[in-house]
Write a protein that binds this ligand. Sequence first.
Ligand SMILES: *Cc1c(COP(=O)(O)O)cnc(C)c1O
Length: 459
Amino acid sequence: MRSLPGVDAVLGEMASVVSEYGHERVVEKIRYELSALRADLQVGGLCENPLRFLVARIPAALAADAQPLLRPVINLTGTVLHTNLGRAVMSKQAIEAMVDVAGQPTNLEFDLESGRRGERDCHIENLICELTGAEAATTVNNNAAAVLLVLNSLAYKQEVPVSRGELVEIGGSFRIPEVMERSGTKLIEVGATNRTHLRDYDRAIGEHTALLMKVHTSNYRVEGFTAAVEETELAELAHARDLPLVVDLGSGCLIDMTVYGLPGEPTVREILSTGVDLVTFSGDKLLGGPQCGVIAGRKDLIARIRSNPLKRALRTDKLTLAGLAATLRLYRNPQQLQQTLPTLAALTRTEAELQTLAESLLAAVADCIGDAYSVAVETCYSQIGSGALPVETLPSCALVISSATGVDAEVRRLQAHLRSLPKPVITRLHGGRVWMDLRCLENSEELVTQLQRLSVHSK
Ligand SMILES: *Cc1c(COP(=O)(O)O)cnc(C)c1O
């Protein structure tokens, strides 16, 4: 115990560490590590050269503390728009645009022509209108905020009929009835879970009705004896009663996905052309941009939304606006979109392409996982994710790891081990095996480098 150095003695050895982390943090760390060492010695631990131990230990501990908690992972779940993994991976152009405005002043709300205060929406409004046929558009923090703001702006203390089949919950925390309640609107439930008819809406409209709303039931599908009212019909009814029709589209799709061999999803332009007055959708789902919510449609309604004080609380920041505008500009060249938009690139990778990739990785992966496990190439199905096209899946290919013993705990241990790598590898557990769906793998060398660290520990 007497051999323990004093704080100053340790500090004396750490000039460069002090300049990197600051005097106070280093002293605090030395005190902490000294007391930990003292406690260890008290219970019989041994330390041959405490000074040398601390001089090695403290910079490592400080470096570990400096690691960001939010960091990149390798997504091998097969879900392209994985909400828990941050949804859309952004394009090079969007990233550059965001970096560009991050470190310098910008004309965010400054009109360069007049020299007066400008409107932040002007950086995206024309692009959204051009790509969707809307008269006007605005953005907020996310689509949940868009729905909240639309209802609060247009239906506060009034009634909004919604089909019972559309009272959905998305990702656990967003439930249409709860958002409606918080927006100050009264939900009038219409029809039945599986069937809603035009006459149901007609009957629900009264003197306190502010608008009609339709919600894209993005994360589930009712099948069998079902009926829902199409937008065209509902728009006719709404307009006959002098009401706007609002559609929460969820995943805002700007292009015909079937062109790329993907399942069809109505585009924002198609929905607006049916007579719908406003649509809301997310920026980081199928659109492939930053997290935000877009509200597009009739100019007079957008003006009312903009003047709501809540808009100020929900507004998008300059990074998001820059990233969204850059993403939208990519849509001007749909022929290149498969190359430029990572979301679309991931969604359109073919099973054959992924099979070739899996086979090329097989030997290296087998080498890394050691004798306790075996790996095989198998076909599987990827998901689009974020509630977009929930029933449709994409044929894909995976590296599937089984434990030699067949014990479930072994497989779980491997999965946890993969998560603990410097760049965590996130996989799916299915049928007692670890599935590494390669659809979202962008850099296979990087994966192998990570997996090689696995073998160091397990062999
Ligand atoms: C995803 C989704 C939302 C929520 O959008 P966020 O951008 O996650 O806030 C709302 N409505 C529908 C129909 C959705 O699919």
